[in-house]
Write a protein that binds this ligand. Structure first.
Ligand code: IPE
Ligand code: IPE
Ligand code: MG
Length: 231
C-alpha cells in the first residue's frame, strides 16, 4: 500500500471494518455466541453483495485477530468452522461477481485444510476487479515486524520499503476505518495503514450492520477534509 494521498476526488476507494459485537448481539437475545457469529457471517454476505453501487475498489474485513486465539477452544472452533462454510458457500458468488479475494495476516498458520481452501479461493478469484481483503490470524504489529524484517533483509529500512512489504502492499491506501459495536480502539488492526485514514466508530453491533450503514459512512467520509499534515 503506497505512501501519501493517492485519492483526489473525495471518493473512498478502500474501506476497512473491524466487525465487532457478535457476542453482545447474541447476549442481548440470550442466544449462544456462536449464533452471533453466524449472523455476523450473514452481515458479511449482505455487505459483499451490496458493494457494487458503492464504487469501492477494496474492502478489508477484520475476521480473526492474532489475539483471538485467547478465546475458548469452542469459540475458536466455531469461528474456524464458519470460515470453512463461508468459503465453500460463497466462493461461486465471488467468482460470478468479479470479487477478488485477498487474505492478510499470518493465515498460513491456520489449519491446513483452511489454508488449502483459501489457496484455491485466491486462485479462483484472481481475475476479479474489486478486492475483498479478509484479515485472518492478523495482527498489525506482527505485520509491521514481518515487513520490517524483510526490509532489513534487503538492507533498506525506510517507510517506503516497509510499506512495500506489508501484507497490504498491493491494496489502495486506506481511506476509512470503521469499527462497529461502540468500542473505540484499533485492537491491533491496520496500525501502519491507519496513519492518515479517517475513522468512524458506530454503535451498531456487527450482525445488524447493513449495506445502508456503509453507504451512510461513505457519505460521512465524503464531507471530511483530509489534510495529511499540510494546510
Ligand atoms: C467480533 O465479535 C467477532 C470476532 C472477534 C471474531 P465479538 O465476538 O468480539 O463480539 P463481542 O465484542 O464479544 O460482542
Ligand atoms: C477485534 O475485535 C477483532 C475482530 C473484530 C476480528 P475483538 O473483540 O477481538 O477486540 P477487543 O478484544 O475488544 O479489543
Ligand atoms: Mg469484540
Amino acid at each position: 500500500m503506497g505512501e501519501g494521498p493517492a485519492q483526489t476526488d473525495g471518493r473512498a476507494r478502500h474501506v476497512a471494518i473491524i466487525m465487532d459485537g457478535n457476542g453482545r448481539w447474541a447476549k442481548k437475545r440470550a442466544l449462544p455466541r456462536a449464533v452471533g457469529h453466524q449472523r455476523g457471517v450473514e452481515a458479511v454476505r449482505r455487505l459483499v453483495r451490496g458493494l457494487e453501487p458503492m464504487g469501492l475498489d477494496c474492502i478489508t474485513l477484520y475476521a480473526f485477530s492474532s489475539e483471538n486465539w485467547k478465546r475458548s477452544e469452542d469459540e475458536v472452533d466455531d469461528l474456524m468452522n464458519l470460515m470453512r462454510k463461508f468459503i465453500k458457500s460463497d466462493l461461486p458468488d465471488f467468482v460470478a461477481n468479479d470479487v477478488k479475494l485477498k487474505i492478510i495476516g499470518d493465515w498460513r498458520g491456520l489449519a491446513p485444510d483452511i489454508v488449502a481452501m483459501l489457496e484455491d479461493a485466491l486462485e479462483q478469484t484472481s481475475k476479479g476487479t474489486k478486492t475483498l481483503a479478509v484479515a485472518l490470524n492478523y495482527g498489525g504489529q506482527d505485520e509491521i515486524v514481518r515487513a520490517a524484517a524483510k526490509a532489513a533483509e534487503i538492507g533498506e529500512v525506510t517507510a517506503q520499503s516497509i510499506a512495500a512489504n506489508l501484507d497490504t502492499h498491493d491494496l489502495p491506501p486506506l481511506d476509512l476505518l470503521i469499527r462497529t459495536s461502540g468500542e473505540i480502539r484499533l485492537s491491533n488492526f491496520l496500525l501502519w495503514q491507519a496513519a492518515y485514514a479517517e475513522m468512524l466508530f458506530v454503535d451498531t453491533l456487527w450482525p445488524d450492520f447493513k449495506p445502508e450503514h456503509l453507504a451512510e459512512a461513505l457519505d460521512d467520509f465524503a464531507k471530511r477534509e483530509r489534510r495529511y499534515g499540510g494546510r
